[in-house]
Design a protein around this ligand. Structure first.
Ligand code: SAM
Length: 192
């Protein structure tokens, strides 16, 4: 198959954006799959900051990192990604969000457009030129379509002089398949 699946393409974009030695952010740690992948990209001289609002997700992510012997490469934080700038002040190479709910946990704890948008604002300030923020948008659950629509409205207004916005989506799959929105920073925003 020539067209990469959505989750594979998310990894491709992160690999193109994040170099060894970079700082990277997993904005929705969940079970830690992306956090682990980011530690592989940044290597021993880089660092990953991972956020989640559920203790279950933090524990699951910490366990995954420990199993692979890479706990030192990541800081896993029990707080909302809307507070990223309280924890990360350095330039970052890239970031990922997997929106929706934590598989195997309470389906009512879901990401929300207002906090996701606040986190994107903060990440765009920290992101290096050429860096990419990947959003994997799941919209099949309750509230998912509202979040999707608010996010699409927001990203489509980002000025193209500063950010290139890509949507990557299979259009003929059934059951609300996830799709990607990727933001590549091409120029520094004017200071606020
Ligand atoms: N990437 C994860 C993995 O590899 O398993 C899956 C993430 S899951 C789809 C979404 C996660 O976002 C949930 O664990 C949920 O607790 C978390 N979440 C919801 N609101 C959040 C917020 N404001 N800040 C950080 N995480 C949040």
């Amino acid at each position: 198959m020539k067209l990469q699946r959505v989750l594979q393409y998310a990894k491709t974009l992160l690999s193109q954006s994040i170099n060894v030695g970079d700082i990277a952010v997993d904005a929705t740690a969940g079970n830690g799959h992306d956090t682990l992948f980011l530690t592989e990209l940044v290597g021993e001289n880089g660092h990953v900051y991972a956020f989640d609002i559920q203790q279950q997700a933090i524990d699951s992510t910490l366990n995954r990192l420990k199993e692979k012997g890479v706990s030192d490469l990541a800081t896993v934080i029990l707080d909302g990604h809307e507070h990223i700038s309280q924890y990360v002040q350095q330039e970052i190479g890239g970031a990922i969000f997997n929106l929706g709910y934590l598989p195997g946990a309470n389906h009512h704890v879901v990401t929300k457009s207002n906090t996701t948008i606040e986190a994107i604002h903060q990440l765009l300030q920290l992101l290096k030129i050429g860096g990419i923020i990947v959003l994997v948008i799941y919209h099949g659950h309750e509230g998912g379509k509202e979040e999707r629509d608010e996010l699409l409205k927001f990203v489509s207004t980002l000025p193209q002089k500063y950010v290139h916005v890509l949507r990557y989506e299979f259009m003929n799959q059934k059951n609300d398949p996830p799709f990607i929105v990727a933001l590549e920073k091409v120029k520094d925003f004017p200071k606020e």
